[in-house]
Design a protein around this ligand. Structure first.
Ligand SMILES: [Zn+2]
Length: 352
């Protein structure tokens, strides 16, 4: 048989991470913008945090800059942004914000085929370095294909201003790669799904690095932000190599999505992933106690009560989470888990 295997990988070209790297937005614009103007997609708070500075830096360098302040990542806001983008000759789109602004920016950049720069203001999840965007439709938040950032500028001075809760959540999003990897291996064994050893190795390294250094994830310490952000970027690299979110998204993410859909506003993504990873690790027969201990050490609760999630909601979420993304095979299987079994797993792991 002839050799026919091939792979496509897309990586960010420039990654700036660390203290005071924000000013690099000017050389980045110089490098990747052919013509036209720049759109900064940001939010009210994140504009004050970093958006304004980015705007000033670019305007001082004589770029024409349009600032769009938006809100939630839903189809309504996306349409509004795209409507205003359609009238402009854009050469670069910059997302300055937490998850939602980055998601809107990377989707707009994808739809207009314009280079996209990611400037995160919160280290709360691994979307800052991935080509997927979660845009809310009527009642689902499935992730969609979007632009891979051409450059990422993750300034720890900016990121350190985000509430500590976001940093812990970002760390949990990376630590929960461990169960995503077990799911991926399972899908490979049972369904022959393509598995990338190199992507898995990087993803595992990122997760273990934070698991082992969880005692160094501290409030108000810029170096803690550095520690977590580097591994968020490593997680992004793993996804880029795999060409999918597989190395960083398995059953724990299915549960996170199920929780988000049934009970929005109580817990943030990384916290849902933390909860998901503990019960998923239990189902895999792995060291779920070790995971729970690391989260405890960081001061991140895995108790549903602490997020005001009723027992019945999380039991139902665990039992039906498999159906959210049926093509993504995980330990949750292909049928609903019985309510009794789901309840038992959540009780044993101390989630309910
Ligand atoms: Zn995630």
């Amino acid at each position: 048989m002839e050799f026919e295997k091939f792979k496509t990988m897309q990586f960010p070209r420039d990654v700036y991470v660390g203290h005071g790297v924000l000013a690099n937005v000017v050389p980045v614009a110089g490098r990747y913008m052919k013509s036209g103007s720049i759109m900064i997609i940001t939010g009210k708070i994140t504009y004050d945090l970093a958006g304004k500075e980015v705007q000033n830096l670019l305007e001082d360098a004589k770029y024409e800059v349009h600032v769009v302040k938006t809100d939630k990542a839903n189809t309504e806001n996306l349409e509004k942004i795209e409507k205003s983008a359609a009238d402009l000759n854009l050469g670069l789109i910059i997302g300055v914000g937490g998850g939602t602004k980055i998601d809107l920016a990377k989707k707009t950049a994808y739809d207009f085929d314009v280079p996209f720069v990611s400037i995160p203001t919160s280290p709360s999840h691994d979307g800052i370095a991935s080509p997927r965007a979660s845009i809310k439709r009527a009642n689902s938040t499935l992730s969609q294909e979007a632009a891979m950032p051409i450059a990422i500028i993750a300034d720890t001075v900016v990121l350190a201003k985000a509430p500590f809760r976001y940093l812990k959540a970002g760390a949990a999003d990376v630590i929960s790669n461990l169960t995503a990897l077990l799911d991926w291996k399972l899908a490979n064994r049972l369904h022959g799904e393509e598995y990338s050893t190199s992507a898995a190795a990087i993803s595992e390294y990122a997760a273990k690095e934070l698991l082992e250094k969880c005692h160094l994830i501290l409030e108000g310490v810029e170096e803690s932000v550095w520690l977590v952000t580097k591994q968020i970027l490593a997680s992004g690299t793993a996804m880029a190599i795999a060409g999918s979110s597989r190395p960083a998204s398995g059953s724990e993410h299915l549960l996170a999505h199920a929780l988000e859909m049934s009970n929005p506003g109580q817990s943030i993504h990384g916290e849902q992933c933390a909860v998901g990873s503990v019960v998923s690790m239990f189902l895999h027969g792995g060291d779920w106690q070790g995971l729970a201990a690391a989260y405890r050490r960081m001061g991140l609760s895995i108790r549903a009560k602490d997020y005001k999630i009723p027992d019945a909601v999380i039991i139902n979420a665990l039992s039906t989470a498999h159906s959210i993304r049926p093509e993504r095979y995980t330990i949750l299987g292909e049928k609903d888990i019985s309510t009794n079994a789901a309840e038992k797993a959540l009780e044993i792991t101390g989630i309910i």
